[in-house]
Design a protein around this ligand. Structure first.
Ligand code: ATP
Ligand code: MG
Length: 370
């Protein structure tokens, strides 16, 4: 699948815009705050139904406007160039998603249409920053690959919220807490199993990529660290029992802190190179290589799992990489549709990129340059 074109109405700083894309490489140049990331955001939303920057749908509506619309046409070369039209309408009351004119009941149904990998400077920092960034990375990828994960995650978060609310009120209610514990262990174990499985596959692919980028000098290891994990390999009944007793063991602590101290919402990815934890002790170069390797592994994983090519969004990231790492990224672009934004791209990099279209973005207006 690739994006053929997009139409924007009152979306962020775009009043009205129409862009026809290249099947492969699309480069958007422009000064700061002109709308480059906004354009990538509109494409990401078409794949996942929500933004990669915020959970607030109302932010998508242009200032002082009362609706926003994104419409896009996707083309599938694997199926005789069949075209598919997706439209999202944001209004104050909520959003409506239509695929081929038919309204989707649940936005998670959109997840099966398109696969998108976004890579921004924040992703380069995923190794050294806090665990919540690594959890977000896992959740984002798994939501795309497994729509069921998306609903389990929602269920888990709902129970967690209820449990935390109960821990904070003055009067203890151990029996209600016990009910929440059961739900939390069920959804939490499902999340844990999916995450662990995903990380095993990610580890295989990303360590190979990392090994190649580091010219055979570094062995990357990515492992899932989870509170519920100790139980995850046993039979289901024992797993549940283990998790329930873990929750019980932490009950007094949870009551005094007013929140749930164990569970997938606290988990992390352990990332090491040649045995050293690079979250804390990695050089900047190692951290960047590992982040790049994990991103590139995502593209391969999506292809293996779904048989489809992901669409790659590179927001301001090329100029942050040195030449060697750029080369790897450029190599990975050959088979997928890519959208690149930059305030300026050096001639030398442009020459190494495959042919495509170059656009200029200026205050919400997109103009084709070449
Ligand atoms: N809901 C909105 N309505 C109107 N304008 C908005 C809205 N949300 C953001 N903007 C404007 O969009 C601009 C930012 O756009 P964007 O993030 O795409 O910039 P950019 O071209 O990626 O810049 P940079 O190079 O700094 O990353 C800002 O000027 C901001 O005020
Ligand atoms: Mg930007």
């Amino acid at each position: 699948m690739y994006f053929k074109e997009v139409f924007l109405n009152n979306f962020r700083n775009y009043e009205e815009a129409h862009v026809s894309f290249d099947e492969k490489i699309n480069i958007f140049l422009g000064e700061n705050a002109q709308g480059k990331t906004n354009l990538l955001e509109s494409l990401y939303i078409m794949g996942l139904g929500k933004s990669f920057r915020t959970n607030k749908d109302s932010d998508m509506i242009g200032f002082e406007k009362d609706f926003a619309r994104i419409r896009t046409v996707l083309c599938d070369p694997a199926e005789a160039d069949t075209e598919k039209e997706i439209e999202i309408l944001y209004q104050k009351e909520g959003k409506i998603i239509r695929v081929q004119g038919i309204k989707l009941e649940r936005s998670m149904d959109l997840l099966e249409e398109v696969y998108i990998v976004v890579f921004s400077p924040e992703d380069l920092r995923i190794i050294k920053e806090g665990p919540e960034n690594r959890r977000r990375f896992l959740d984002r990828e798994l939501c795309q690959l497994k729509p069921i994960y998306y609903s389990t995650l929602g269920q888990y978060k709902r129970v967690l919220k209820q449990r935390n609310a109960l821990l904070r009120i003055q009067r203890r209610d151990d029996s209600l807490l016990g009910t929440y514990d059961e739900a939390l262990s069920e959804y939490g174990l499902r999340l844990t199993r999916e995450r662990e499985h995903f990380v095993e596959r990610l580890q295989e692919i990303s360590s190979q990529i990392h090994y190649t980028i580091s010219e055979g000098k570094e062995k990357l290891e990515v492992r899932y660290e989870g509170d519920f994990l100790r139980g995850a390999k046993k039979d289901k009944k024992t797993q549940t029992e283990d998790v329930l007793s873990l929750l019980k063991k932490n009950r007094e602590k949870d009551y005094s802190r007013g929140y749930t101290s164990v569970g997938p919402h606290k988990d992390d990815l352990a990332i090491s190179v040649n045995g050293t934890d690079i979250r804390q002790f990695g050089s900047q170069g190692q951290q960047r290589t590992a982040a790049l390797a994990m991103k590139l592994a995502e593209i391969q994983l999506i292809r293996q799992e779904t048989g489809k090519n992901a669409i790659l969004l590179l927001d301001d990231v090329l100029s942050e990489l040195d030449e060697g790492r750029q080369t790897f990224l450029i190599e990975a672009m050959k088979e997928v549709q890519v959208f690149i934004t930059a305030t300026g791209i050096e001639e030398e990099i442009l020459r190494r990129l495959p042919e495509g279209k170059v656009f200029d973005i200026h205050s919400g207006h997109v103009k084709r340059l070449t």
